[in-house]
Write a protein that binds this ligand. Sequence first.
Ligand code: ADP
Ligand code: GLC
Length: 484
Amino acid sequence: MKILFIASEVAPFAKTGGLADVAGSLPVALKRLGHDVRIILPMYKTVGEGTFPIHKGRKSVEVRLGETLHKGFLRQTTYADMPVYLLENRHFFQRDHLYGSPEGDYPDNHQRFAFFCRGVLNLLKRMDFRPDLLHCHDWQTALVPVLLRYEYRQDPFFMNMATLFTIHNLAYQGLFPKTALAEMGLDWSYFTIDRLEFYNQVNLMKGGIMAADLVTTVSPSYCKEILSADQGCGLEGVLAERGDDLFGVLNGLDTDEWDPATDRQLFKTYTSATLAGKVVNKKGLQKRLGLDVAPDIPLVGMVTRLASQKGIDLLAEILPRLAGEKVQFVLLGAGDETYHRLFEDFTAHGFGNISLNIGYDSVCARQIYAGSDIFLMPSQYEPCGLGQLIALRYGAVPVVRKTGGLADTVFDGRDGAREPNGFTFDDFTADALWEAVQRALQSYRTRDVWKKLVRRGMNRDYSWQQSAGDYERLYRAALTRKRI
Ligand code: ADP
Ligand code: GLC
C-alpha cells in the first residue's frame, strides 16, 4: 500500500509532544511491513536544517485563502530510508514556535493549517507519488478528509484515495469563529451540521471526524471514554454517529530510539540485567541538577507539557508535602505561562530536594527517564501517553492516574488481572495522588520487590509491532469503506 502521513509535527523534525513521536515512528513500523510510506509536515523555522540535509525542490503550489494567494514550496529529505516532504511558506511557518508562544496560540492558526491541508492535496498531483491512503492526525490536518470528500474526489486522480483520521487529543479541536471560514478559503456550503458547523462556530476536528473514511484514537480506553459527555468535549454525539467506524489503537514506541542500552545521551547505558548502570544515571542527574548525590534516596521524576490535562494542579498541591519527605523530585516541563510562574515562585523558596526545570530539552528528558526511580503522570485525561511507556522502558516505575492509555498500560496488580508494573489511582485529587506516591515509596524500600517491578517494566514489549498490524488492517478497511 502507498500511505502518506500528514501531520503538524513529526520527530525528529518538529516536536511538542507525543504526536511527533507517533508520526515519526509508526511510519517506520509500517515500512517494515512492506508498505511505501512517506511523511509530509510544514517546514517550520525550528526544523534543524543543520541536522538534516533538506533539498530545495522546484515544485511549488498555490493556495488561495480569502483575498490572498499564498505560494508554497516542496522540500524533501530522508529519514529511516523514507522520503519526508516539507511544505515551505515563510509567512506561515518561519516562526519561533509551532502553534503559538506560552502566552497563547497564533491568531492565524486556521489559515496556517488550511494552507497546509490544501497545499498537500494540490501537491499530490505534482508529485511522483499517488497514495492509496492519507493518514491524518488531529485538527491541524482535519481539512484533508473534508476537502477530499467534498471537492477533490470529483477528480479521477483522487477518486480512490481513502482517509484515516487519528484523534490524539480531543480537547484541542481547532475551534474558530465563523468568519474564519472565508479566511480559510471555504464557502458557506461547509458551514453545515454534517461538515464544520458546531454551535455556530467552525470546528475542524468535527469536520475530520465526520468526513474521514475511518477514525481512530490512540488507546482502547480513551476510545470508550470519549463517547461519554464527561470526556467527549462536546463531540460525543458526533463520535457516536461514527461509532461503527471508530477504533482505539494503542500507540507504540520507537524502541530503537528509546533504548537505555544504546541511548547516547545517558551518563551510562544499561539493560535490565545491568541495573547498576541506572545508578550512574541517577547520580549524574543529581549532580547536573544540583541535588545531593545520594543513590539511596528515591528520585521521583516528571517530563511533561505544562497543561492542566497533565494534572499539574495536583502536583502543585503535593509539592510542599514532597519538600518535607526524604525523596528528591525533578520536573522538566514547558507550556502554560501560569505554571511557569507557579514553579518559579516555588523554586524561590529554595527546597534542596526539589528541582523544577522550565523548558523543552530532549537530552535532559532522557536523563530524567534514566535517572528516576519513580515517574509521575497524574493526568486528568490521557489519550495514550508515551511518557509512561518510555519510563517503563528506562526502569522508572510509573505512578499514574487510571485513565485513557495510562489505564491500558500501567497496572498495579490490585485487581489481580495483570502483573503489576506500576502504581495507579482513581480519583483526580491531590490526596489520591499522594496516597499512590506513598505506596510507591513504601515498595521502593523493599529492594528485591522493587527490582522485580523495575525489570518487569523494562522487559515488556512496547514496540509498534502489534499496533502497526492493526493500522494495516484498518487501512484496508478504509479503502473498501470510502465515504461518498
Ligand atoms: P503529550 O503528547 O500529551 O504531551 P505524551 O506522553 O504522549 O504526552 O508525549 C510526550 C512526549 O514529549 C514524550 O516523548 C516526552 O518525553 C516529551 N516531552 C514532553 N515535555 C518535554 C520537555 N519539556 N522536554 C523534552 N521532552 C518533553
Ligand atoms: C496527544 C495525547 C497523548 C498521546 C499523544 C500521541 O498529545 O495527549 O496522550 O500519547 O497525543 O498519540
